[in-house]
Design a protein. Sequence first.
Lengths: 241, 509
Amino acid sequence: MPSHAALPGNAMPTAPLDTRYQIETPEGIDLPLRPAGLMPRALAFGFDLGLRGLILGILFIALAFLGNLGIGLGSILLFLVSWWYMVLFEVLNQGCSPGKQIMGLRVVQDDGTPIGWSASLIRNLLRFVDMLPFGYFLGAISCLQHPHFKRLGDIAAGTLVIYREQPLARPHVPQAPALRLPFALELNEQRAILGFAERQADLSAERTHELAAILATPLQVSPARAVEQLNGVARGLLGPS
Amino acid sequence: MRLSDASVVIRPRSTWEAMDLGVLLAREHRVLLMSSWALVSLPIFALISLVLWDYPSVAVLVFWWLKPAFERLPLYILSKALFGETPTLKQALRQWPRLLKGQLLASLTWRRFSLSRSFVMPVVQLEGLAGQARQQRLGVLQQRNAGAARWLTLIGIHLETALWIGLMALFYLFLPQQVELDWDWQQLALASSQDWLWLEHLSNAFYALILVLWEPIYVACGFSLYLNRRTVLEAWDLELVFRRLRQRLGSAVAVLLLAVGLLVVPPTPHAMADQPQPAKPLSTPAASQAIKRLLEHPPFKNPETVTRYRFGEDKTTDKAKPTGDARLPAWLESLFKKLNSDTFKSLALVMEVLLWGLLIAGIGLVAWRYRDWLHAFVSRRRAARPTPTQPMPSQLFGLDMGVETLPDDIASAAEQLWATQPREALGLLYRGLLSRLLHDFNLPLKNADTEGQVLEHVRHLQHPQLLAFSDDLTRHWQNLAYGHRVPTPLAQQQLCTHWRSLFNSEAAQ
């Protein structure tokens, strides 16, 4: 591709697509949330459905020996499990039903605060609208076409299903003498250099050299020594640890 | 391929997030993707249906089988759109025959049932790999993310089915009332006659329509999974930042030179601020107009149009529900019968009573809990308070008012007292008058009333003789009480006579 292709006409008119959902707190802190789409949510729902079916099946078999009483208790149980299972888990378990827990999902309000009783009730009562006319027809279409993957219940309740933050494993940074650069680095550049050092294990050796060679000229080293140099810079950024 | 032209944010994501990005990508270009898919697949679907008119199931199977051939077009569009070169619909459609050339047979036969089809497709179509090279590439790519790609296909199968049935249900629900349909499900299931062929083709058409919605998303999700895998493998995000950093440092010298140059050139006078204009004289009406105009706009006034649904006229013609008296299967019925045995009936009754009691207690508890609230709203107008019968004061002006403390014949008692204790005598008369006013005329006298107020009450009685006597007596009483002036014997006599004429005659009547 010719290098002069980046004419003003080719410039991207809009912000690039991303799956992040930014919230700015009054203190000026950006909270990046990651809304979850249809696929993990469908799997989470499938798991919850199976679990509920299992619970109900076992209890119904047990209740079958109790005659009319059993039918009565079974009806109450059916009501509780079908209407309150999600609500209770979401409100009392930090927005995670068991299925969501397994898929690493969580329900929060639009502003990132924990979900409350009313929001959870609304979003779960409106499940029955999402299910119309069969098998989450409306919910699936809404989920696929909404920029933050909300089904109708989520839109009504003002809630958001996001990926939970998973605990991070401590990354391994290759050993190298710490270096300081003679010029200032911006935040994303610092992160990229740290990322380069941390992700070397996942990259092939050739690709590592290729990436480091991009910065050989500004670092004023030969391309062969660029990897070591960058690792040193990463160590320097990391500080004594 | 220039990463800096990418229209998505490139960073390593989790597999599910990568799929979400695919959904967003498909959403961004949905018009182009869906219309191109529809223009390609629907005519072919129509053709297949016409050729296989007598075999609708085979027709839909063939159409389903051809999906990988159609999927190449959305992938082409997405790969172009990713780097900001979104083709027009015409360009895309013109490309389709060329796209079909590479390994079409393989993708329609032995690779047709691969669950990670969408993930693998870019390797063949975009990288153009085949044979051993393709195998090696797939080996690297599928170390991770392949499971997610399989899940994607599995979810896709279920979603397609759900949407398909949903669309048929919608169609059934939206049938106008006038079309009298007595479709019986059994009849539909067993229908093999020619009559129902059109219906089966209709449901096939629904499937084709559902694919217009879903397939671009499916392809986009597979594509974004592929992109994500390569981003992780080749650290595309790092390359992007490193290239920008190199560019920034390279141009730093030029910027420095430019800055020095700007400092040397003296700024032109145009760049200076203008002289402040003299303030315009403001008249009061103009100012108030301006203020009003300002107040009409945000942030002082934020008009908002609210549209709400309201209940319309009640439809009285409530359709009788079609009572599909579904009979329970025999085993379920026998189960219910067993459950209805007498053993638990009493226990069930107890439970029922308990539950009803719980409900009533709950309502009572709520009512009690919010009694103040209810009180404030329900009984806004308090019931008219029954005017309490004011207790008669037992004393007025420090004088005992009880009937029993007075002698029977007050006038005679007074006459006897005049000579020795005129104060006592007049006091007795006045006491007697007040007592009469209280008990006989039921005047609402209070402990705090003054003599004048008592007279005022008497005036309301419309009894001139009584009024005249009261007036007279009060005057003498005040004269004696405050002025220590004893009434003349004549006046004493008159008072007693008046008393007799007023009260004794009444007593006689």
